[in-house]
Design a protein around this ligand. Structure first.
Ligand SMILES: Cc1cc2nc3c(=O)[nH]c(=O)nc-3n(C[C@H](O)[C@H](O)[C@H](O)COP(=O)(O)OP(=O)(O)OC[C@H]3O[C@@H](n4cnc5c(N)ncnc54)[C@H](O)[C@@H]3O)c2cc1C
Length: 362
């Protein structure tokens, strides 16, 4: 599709949040999704832990059966060297919502994309808005593939929040947390499905097996920590992880693999900023609140905020601001609860409380 078009809602960003919102708004509303990438990223994104509570949202998206058949791995237990120096086990079965999953993330995102298209959303890939204006009750977007307009505009651009920034909104993203990670080849014979979490003086590690015979190993440290540069060598990265017996047990004979890097600190758009963009503007998923990976809640939040935004958009069809108040209140409560838990998590390893990494997050 190229040229001109009038829609009920335009969503910018086709990650989990944008695709879920597009699906939920159909069939009642005409929805356009703009995605700047022409093709899915070659390397799967990091982020694979999905809590059991997501099942309800997958049912709402009519994806539950498909999801169950897609080969995602049910979460096993978790073992952490965190509050104490000795490992503490946690059994996933105790979670009342069910143990959750470790995702094949590429497959998961392809499923969401397919579902949005089946639901009848229009999706333009390789297409980012170059000019955005609000005029006479409509958002008007100029893109390389044409001009589009709608009374509702949604920022689903992820942690960059690039649409909100383009509209002059101010994000809070002061945490320099960086995630260095590798997808290690370990074959599918290994039986250990435990999530391993390890705090050290300069940051924290996790490792867990993924569905396709890989194991993710990730280290979270400050972006301005000089050791980050040395650790970008795959051998050095693996050697540092192996200094911890909890990690060495499962990494002992694995070969090093390419190292990748992502900004990972909390980044949020305060809900009070939303109305400043103009009527009918919303942000969802990471564009609203990007979680620290310690929470393992980012994808769940993306789908849940899409469900809340669906309610707000449908309520505000004739009066674009009608649903926004309830959405703001709900997201404010989510943000406050998250920030409280985040602080409590980083206060756990008291033995490191004098270390800059941990002090920064008290
Ligand atoms: C290190 C790390 C570990 C993580 N671990 C977990 C985990 O274990 N469990 C979990 O649930 N979550 C985890 N997450 C978070 C999770 O990956 C995100 O919360 C989730 O991807 C957010 O989805 P989204 O749709 O909001 O944004 P994204 O997935 O970032 O999608 C945004 C989309 O918008 C597009 N876009 C951006 N700008 C534009 C533009 N101007 N125009 C058009 N398109 C644009 C992008 O190309 C992208 O496709 C982790 C994150 C990090 C960094």
């Amino acid at each position: 599709m190229a040229g001109q078009g009038h829609f009920d809602a335009i969503i910018v960003g086709a990650g989990p949040a944008g695709l879920a919102l597009a699906t939920m708004l159909r069939p009642e509303l005409r929805v356009l999704v703009l995605e700047r990438r022409a093709q899915p990223a070659k390397a799967p994104p990091i982020g694979e832990s999905l809590p059991g509570a997501t099942a309800v949202l997958l049912q709402r998206l009519q994806l539950w059966e498909r999801f169950q058949q897609a080969g995602h791995r049910e979460r096993g237990g978790a073992v952490a060297v965190w509050d104490q120096e000795s490992p503490v086990w946690q059994d996933a079965i105790r979670d009342p919502a069910g143990p959750g999953w470790h995702l094949d993330r590429g497959r998961f995102e392809a499923m969401l994309r397919q579902r949005a298209l089946e639901a009848g959303a229009d999706l333009l890939e390789g297409c980012a808005p170059s000019d955005i204006r609000h005029h006479q009750g409509l958002w008007q977007l100029a893109t390389p593939q044409g001009r589009f307009q709608a009374p509702v505009l949604v920022d689903a651009t992820g942690r960059s929040g690039s649409l909100g920034r383009q509209l002059g909104l101010k994000r809070q993203s002061g945490d320099p947390l960086l995630c260095l990670y590798s997808f290690l080849e370990q074959g599918s014979q290994r039986q250990d499905s435990t999530l391993r979490l390890q705090a050290d003086a300069q940051g924290w590690w996790y490792t867990v097996p993924l569905p396709q015979g890989q194991r993710v190993l990730a280290y979270h440290l400050d972006g301005d920590d000089p050791q980050g540069r040395q650790l970008r060598r795959p051998e050095a990265f693996l050697a540092k992880a192996r200094q911890h017996p909890l990690l060495a047990e499962v990494l002992a004979d694995l070969p090093p693999a390419q190292l990748r890097c992502r900004a990972a600190g909390t980044s949020l758009l305060p809900v009070e900023e939303l109305p400043k963009a103009g009527p009918g503007f919303l942000a969802i998923g990471d564009a609203l609140l990007a979680f620290d990976p310690i929470a393992s809640q980012g994808i769940f939040h993306s789908l849940a905020s899409a469900a809340s935004a669906t309610k707000a958009i449908k309520a505000g069809l004739d009066h674009p601001d009608l649903g926004l108040g309830a959405y703001q209140q709900e997201m404010q409560a989510v943000t406050q609860r998250y920030l409280w838990h985040l602080k409590a998590s980083y206060q756990g390893p008291r033995r490191f409380s004098q270390e800059p990494f941990w002090q920064r997050r008290q």
